[in-house]
Design a protein around this ligand. Structure first.
Ligand SMILES: O=C(O)CCC(=O)C(=O)O
Ligand SMILES: [Fe+2]
Length: 809
């Protein structure tokens, strides 16, 4: 007669005290050969589970059994009044430990086996890589807000390929499921520690006593009971990791599966061929890990499914999390899917929007931070409305002109003709435009068919070279273009086959002919003012353009291996490698020489830059800086305050770091924002920081704004301080700020010739959805799709010439 390992009570006769059959069906679930049959029966699925293994209990019964201390919610402080429901009124199915007061989690998977599926072909993989290159981001907070919006075509492509994987999973498991989320994700040197996808490890128990943390692993191995609890993603059912790369092209990156918690030796290892994936259920029967990638490049498509009728918790629908094991990624969130599908179905009005879930009283950390996010959720709703009203208006700015992609895919440009403000010569070719990129003087637009149209100072529409020696891409070279990057006066385009085409001022990056043989399998390109750096699929880097601006990387050639991301100042590059180290080159006084801090540059997570200095955030939340000492390269005065750094913003010559406690630490050129001592007391509860070239503006959690730095560049907002309430977003030109308030009005301050004075258009600035900026002018997009501009009239502030086009998106 034995005792329960969990609660210590006597067990009914016949119940084993070792290896409790947690959530294990006594007999395998029936598999129907006819899938449609199965799908039709999904409503009665629960009845098919043997009642000896699962105990159905009502909400009331279950909660009456639970003692308050056992019901520690995630908040830690509040006790939920009932067992949380994650699936349209379904309650968790308790395990057979009905005698036990501890809350058991439940799983919603059927068959638990792993299955290797051959799901994607070469074409699918090429499409996913294109999308990854186009939208990849580092998932810094706030994730969803910063996440780039998919074009309809890219959404369709991504969604249909993810659904292909789901279909293969349905065929394998014969369980109804739909796509919940997907991500195209790059794995870094850290990898993912052991975890399960829809359930979270809680604690280990032996005869009613919780095992201390340090003994958990040992105790679990010796048969103590492992308690799992609900994870935020508990509504999900199955996962699949599909390889998008040749497994011989990288070391590490092995998906391992373990028999149980704490067991070191995997029972299975997978390194799938390109297009093949490993599928598994999300419960504790599939504890898995991914080993770090030590060299080469690993890209996977991760797909998560949920049963069709499950309600997605609102807090999850926009989640696209940054995890230590992942590099750059692209997320297809539940919100993306719902939005695009309902738009397609012509149900714009019914588009799903996130709402605050908490009851407004809980004081736990999670709920408080959720409440602080409500302001960005409101912004999100605005953004959605914007999207729906006019599908899309994207504005891109050169030195002195704007170009806007309108909802119908055409483009209008305005501002200085010397900076691309007149697109009339190419107007009839500007259709189904996907992306615009600008140098100081010219624009280049990628069309839906992958071709490119350019206009501006250096392009008169003709095909010959202009007198100052510009190179033009040869007719026919610019096809299937994925992405364009620009220096101040040259463009570089990544072509679908992984090669690069450049044009513009030859010494500034416009001529890459010498590098052409090496420019294969290019993943992404970064630019300083006058040089380009391309990261290749094998993690190496190719550079061209002016040597003094980083165009020559020969001295670090042998170190440029395993590169996952590149950052730049105006004159130098810094490459972050998969092993967390950093390699720099370019102007040695502006960040190109990091030798003095090389030994500290370990486990680097992210890099931010002023025009002449770099700041790296390390894994432990500390910061290492180098480059021009007076312009941000020297942070020694504040080094001991730089702990728990979450984000860094930069003016031209100074940095501002937001810490975990939402305070701000600044350094660099004192008058340009490096000295925030005058506003120190007010700089608490900071949500976000924006910067002009020499001043900062911080939005606080309560919607007010604190500014510091050069007073002629926006550092002094005292004249408008009383209007700066409920601020949702701030945009900046070189020397002025514009804030959008919750009611859609706009408040501006800073240098008038740079947009600091909007009085001439103030009465039109109503229901503003977003604001874009060039160096000297702002463009506000209103809820009705019209655009209002102000600032330097010759450089984009005056849009009267194209007013008719801009009237309604
Ligand atoms: O990278 C992979 O293959 C799997 C990653 C993973 O387990 C996860 O994101 O949950
Ligand atoms: Fe996982």
């Amino acid at each position: 007669h034995s005792l329960c390992l969990l609660c210590g009570r006597s067990l009914p006769v016949g119940m084993s005290d070792v290896e409790p059959p947690l959530l294990e069906p006594a007999t395998p679930e029936p598999l129907s050969s006819d899938l449609s049959d199965w799908l039709g029966k999904q409503g009665s699925k629960e009845e098919e589970v043997p009642s000896t293994a699962f105990l159905h209990q009502s909400d009331r019964e279950l909660s009456s059994e639970l003692e308050p201390e056992d019901l520690q919610s995630e908040c830690g402080s509040s006790v939920p009044s009932k067992v949380p429901c994650t699936a349209n009124g379904k309650v968790p199915i308790a395990s057979d430990f009905e005698h036990c007061p501890h809350l058991q989690s439940f799983v919603r998977c059927g068959p638990h086996h792993r299955a290797e599926l051959h799901v994607l072909g070469e074409d699918d993989i090429a499409v996913l890589k294109r999308i990854w290159r186009r939208y990849q981001d580092d998932l810094t907070e706030p994730h969803y807000e910063k996440k780039p919006e998919f074009s309809d075509r890219d959404f369709d492509d991504f969604y249909s390929i993810a659904c292909k994987v789901v279909n293969a999973m349905v065929a394998e498991y014969k369980v109804p499921m739909i796509l919940d989320q997907a991500t195209i994700s790059n794995t870094n040197h850290v990898g993912h520690p052991p975890h399960a996808d829809n359930i979270q490890f809680d604690s280990v128990w032996w005869r009613g006593k919780k095992i201390p943390k340090q003994d958990e692993v040992q105790a679990a191995r010796e048969g103590a009971y492992v308690l799992w609890r609900n994870e935020k993603t508990s509504y999900r059912s199955y996962s699949c990791s599909v390889s998008l790369c040749d497994p011989d092209g990288y070391e590490g990156g092995v998906v391992q599966f373990f028999r149980g918690f704490g067991i070191k030796e995997p029972i299975a290892r997978y390194k799938c061929k390109e297009g093949h994936g490993i599928a598994f259920c999300g419960c504790h029967r599939n504890i898995h890990a991914v080993t770090g990638v030590t060299s080469g490049f690993r890209l996977v498509l991760l797909v998560w499914t949920r049963p069709p009728e499950v309600r997605v918790p609102e807090s999850q629908a926009t989640v696209c999390y940054f995890r230590p094991g992942t590099g750059l990624g692209v997320w297809l969130t539940t919100a993306d899917i719902l939005r695009h599908l309902s738009r397609r179905a012509g149900r714009e009005g019914q588009v799903w929007l996130p709402v605050a879930e908490d009851d407004g009283v809980c004081q736990c950390e999670t709920c408080i931070s959720e409440r602080q996010k409500t302001s960005w959720k409101a912004r999100l709703q605005n953004r959605d409305r914007l999207m729906l009203h006019m599908q899309r208006v994207e504005v891109c700015g050169s030195y002195g002109a704007f170009a806007a992609i309108l909802g119908d895919g055409t483009v209008v440009a305005w501002g200085s003709h010397a900076h691309g403000g007149d697109s009339s010569v190419v107007q009839d070719r500007l259709k189904s435009v996907q992306q615009i990129q600008a140098t100081c003087f010219d624009f280049a637009a990628i069309l839906g068919d992958g071709s490119v149209v350019t206009w501006g100072d250096s392009f008169d529409g003709g095909d010959s070279c202009s007198s100052d020696g510009d190179t033009r891409p040869l007719q026919g070279e610019l096809v299937n273009v994925l992405q364009i990057q620009a220096t101040s006066s040259a463009f570089a385009a990544i072509i679908g086959d992984g090669s690069v085409v450049t044009w513009g001022m030859p010494p500034h990056g416009g001529d890459s002919r010498a590098m052409q043989v090496q420019l294969n399998n290019v993943q992404h390109i970064q630019a300083t003012n006058r040089a380009f750096a391309a990261v290749l699929g094998d993690g190496s880097v190719v550079t061209w353009g002016m040597a003094a601006f980083g165009g020559d990387s020969d001295v670090v050639w042998d170190q440029l291996r395993g590169v996952q991301a590149i950052q730049h100042t105006d004159y130098a590059f810094a490459a972050v490698r998969y092993d967390g180290s950093v390699v720099t080159w370019g102007d040695r006084f502006c960040g190109g020489d990091s030798s003095a801090v090389q030994h500290q540059l370990k486990n680097v997570q992210r890099i931010q830059a002023t025009r002449c200095a770099f700041a790296a955030i390390l894994g432990d939340g500390s910061v290492v800086t180098w480059g021009d000492d007076r312009r941000g390269g020297d942070s020694s005065a504040v080094q001991d305050q730089l702990r728990g750094v979450q984000q860094i913003q930069a003016t031209a010559c100074s940095f501002a770091a937001i810490l975990a406690d939402k305070s701000v630490v600044t350094w660099g050129m004192r008058l340009d924002g490096g000295d925030s001592s005058a506003v120190k007391d007010g700089l608490q509860n900071v949500l976000q920081v924006q910067a002009t070239s020499s001043a900062f503006a911080a939005i606080l959690c309560n919607g007010s704004v604190v500014t510091w730095g050069d007073i002629s560049s926006g550092g002094d907002s005292s004249t408008v301080q009383d209007q700066l309430n409920n601020v949702q977003h701030i945009q900046a030109t070189r020397a002025a700020f514009a804030a959008i308030l919750g009611d859609g009005a706009v408040v501006t301050w800073g240098a008038a010739p740079h947009g600091g004075d909007s009085s001439a258009v103030q009465d039109q600035l109503k229901n503003v959805q977003c604001i874009q900026a060039t160096r000297c002018a702002f463009a506000a997009i209103l809820g009705d799709g019209s655009v209002v501009t102000w600032g330097d009239d010759r450089r984009g502030g005056d849009s009267s010439a194209v007013h008719d086009y801009l009237k309604n998106g």
